[in-house]
Design a binder for this molecule. Sequence first.
Ligand code: FAD
Length: 353
Amino acid sequence: MNAGADMNRDTVDADIVVVGAGIVGLCTAAAVVHRGGRVVIVAPGDAPVSEASGGLIRRFDLDAGPLAELASASFDHLRAIASAYCAFQPSGALTLQYGHDPLPTHVRTRTVPYASQSLNQRWPQITVAPNVIGVFESGAGWIDAPRMLVAERGDLRARGACFVHDRAVRVITTQGRVRGVVTAAGERIMARRVVLAAGAGSAALARTAQVSYPLRTRKIGYCYFRVGRDRIRNLPSVVDRVGAMWVRPCTNPDFVLAGHKVQVFGVPAVVRHEISDSDVRQIRTAVAPVFPLVADAPVVGGVTAYDAAPDSATPGPVHHCANPHGLTIAAGWNGGGFKAAPAIAELALEDRS
Ligand SMILES: Cc1cc2nc3c(=O)[nH]c(=O)nc-3n(C[C@H](O)[C@H](O)[C@H](O)COP(=O)(O)OP(=O)(O)OC[C@H]3O[C@@H](n4cnc5c(N)ncnc54)[C@H](O)[C@@H]3O)c2cc1C
């Protein structure tokens, strides 16, 4: 195998095949290279969902689910990689919640709680009701996702990882063991371990190995509002658990990026760099009560995308299959897959044999 080359052969051998070049696939491949292993990454050339990510990273999260734990464990690592690529913006993160909600015990980070009045004084752009508090995590922030992914791919190539620019269509198994994958062009990529990090696409690939890993698509998007740099100076990333919305500064200092949570499932697995008028209206309605500057700010673009959503039968963000042995599924679930990716990658490489 040529170090750092993009492969185009009938059969390629590696220690591990990673399917998917989103944040989870790239973190997994980086962890393999770090351990001295030979890795082949199979992914089509188009941009992964991860490139459209809002990229908010923080340790503090009220959700006690597996992603919150993994995000907390990932934080230092992710921030260090992003900083090395000049892709981390230390805006701080302000989580809004009801004052009577308990503070999480699983998050080991320094946070400062603000009652509504002092919060409104410190950040005059933000308005919250008297029964809402803000928990500020000063070390948190957001990542310029496209910049980080491009840099990470280049770094992996330089460190000997190989990219096969194609879709995987089937997992190869014999006698209860995984042997590799077949691509759409018929290329066979052989390895003793395969990690499916293909986002929502992992469910269909897993089925080719008779493994059930339910994942469906869920709509997610955001828009850019032109608010003006003087009005958003020192704005932190804001995650509002009460109104299920979020807003953060942008690379362009005149803009904010804002989105809200929607319960729409089964959408097409495509990323569009545009947003409909009705989606903009819904985001404005959800965001304006907390961040009134968006009420009449012009919209200058947006993203309409999807994320991978589990259901109650999905085993976990990382699933090591007993049969076929050597097959692992590693998925960034909706809402928090980016910030949890390094810990997902580490778990995916845990040797269970
Ligand atoms: C608009 C938006 C905002 C978000 N904001 C945040 C946020 O602020 N913070 C946060 O933590 N998370 C956020 N998320 C969630 C997070 O971005 C995702 O959970 C995460 O990026 C998923 O990463 P992934 O590597 O699992 O999947 P993906 O990025 O979807 O990557 C999957 C890869 O697999 C490839 N693939 C698919 N099928 C095949 C196949 N058959 N063969 C080969 N390759 C295949 C794809 O081309 C792609 O390269 C957001 C998501 C969106 C869409």
